[in-house]
Design a protein around this ligand. Structure first.
Ligand code: SAM
Length: 346
């Protein structure tokens, strides 16, 4: 059976330190379990010419298989190992815009870009739409979107992106960034709404709605992507978005460390688990059947059982099988991050 060697992005080692290879192996397992045609052996770390690789065997990878793997958050290059030599495998990721869409913004509290892509990937792969990752214009909601790392990754894949965040500075910063970036890159787009949203005569938040297309042809063919960002409390998300409108909900919850979560209603900081308890049922109502919700959180403020119980209480089926139990990793002294994914029954 052919053997393959995957070279991990050098930046992964900076982000995850010694956990990089383990996370790459787990992500590879998520692709293998969901979308790759042939059987894939569990990846293992090997050294070739003194350089570490994740090596695995598989029935010959088809072009479609490699198109899926090209979107792994940790992949730098892929080789087929033949007779001790490495034959490069062509990788064509979905990326449809310059990568500065994702990298330009730098700010305290930004969720690492590579981790955001991992979270989006493994959530999509756990959903009923995993096999359509490359072909379907998925609708993604980040209900704690900050300055839009998930939204930008979703746009990069050609998906529709929606977000909600309570922090007005985050909303303004993202709104300014994306409008400037779209203009500077001369990307066909139309801002259909940019202003306050009112409820009962009062301003309940702000909203930015943009439709954009990577090319004129796509725009003409009605294949524009929709971006919709709201500044409001996430527990009011159902006031802004239709029920069952999203294929995926993907979010990085507050870590309960530097800046705790905020509630517009009380103006008080809430524990992240309390925020999730209040918000997950609302987010679940926005997911369509077959969709999935992926949440990253700090296990030092809430254990995994608590996170899975919150998903289950909202009618989602937590994915508690391998490799979905292998994403836990240390970020710093105060944060040990993990990912939990729940499926909405079809
Ligand atoms: C870990 S950060 C997410 C950062 C984001 N992924 C990014 O890269 O910019 C969590 C976010 O949750 C937001 N947040 C906390 N409580 C909220 C609430 N009740 N409603 C809406 N957003 C809230 C915070 O403002 C913060 O931006």
């Amino acid at each position: 059976m052919p053997s393959y060697a995957l070279l991990i992005l050098p930046s992964a080692n900076r982000v995850y330190a010694s956990a990089a290879a383990g996370l790459a192996i787990a992500e590879l397992g998520a692709f293998g379990g969901s979308v790759l045609g042939g059987a894939l052996s569990a990846g293992e770390i090997t050294h070739l010419g003194g350089v570490p690789y994740v090596q695995f065997t598989a029935e010959r990878l088809s072009q479609e298989d490699t198109s899926f793997l090209a979107n792994m958050s940790s992949i730098y290059a892929l080789f087929e190992v033949t007779g001790g030599l490495l034959r490069p495998v062509e990788l064509t990721p979905l990326d449809r815009y310059d990568d500065d869409l994702i990298t330009i913004q730098k700010y305290q509290g930004k969720t690492n870009e590579q981790f955001t892509k991992l979270l989006l990937n493994v959530t999509a792969l756990a959903s009923a739409f995993g096999p359509q990752l490359l072909s379907r214009q998925l609708a993604v909601l980040d209900p704690l979107c900050g300055r839009g790392t998930t939204l930008n990754q979703a746009l990069m894949y050609g998906y529709d992106a929606a977000g909600i965040d309570l922090d007005q500075r985050d909303f303004e910063a993202y709104s300014t960034f994306i409008k400037t970036w779209l203009k500077r890159k001369r990307i066909k787009h139309k801002v259909s709404y940019d202003g306050p949203v009112r409820r009962n005569g009062k301003v309940a938040g702000r909203r930015l709605q943009v439709s954009m297309a990577a090319s004129k042809e796509e725009q003409k063919a009605g294949q524009a992507q929709q971006l919709d960002v709201v500044c409001a409390d996430t527990t009011s998300a159902a006031e802004f978005f239709r029920a069952a409108a999203f294929d995926l909900v993907v979010t990085d919850a507050p870590y309960g460390v530097q800046h705790g979560s905020k509630s517009a209603a009380s103006g008080l900081a809430r524990r992240p688990a309390e925020l999730l308890t209040a918000a997950v049922p609302i987010w679940a109502s926005l997911l369509r059947p077959g969709g999935a919700m992926g949440i990253a959180w700090n296990t030092l403020v809430a254990p995994r059982e608590e996170a899975t119980a919150i998903l289950a209480a909202a009618g989602l089926e937590p994915v508690e099988s391998e490799p979905y139990l292998q994403f836990r990793h240390r970020v710093d002294q105060a944060i040990v991050r993990d990912i939990v994914v729940g499926r909405k029954p079809s």
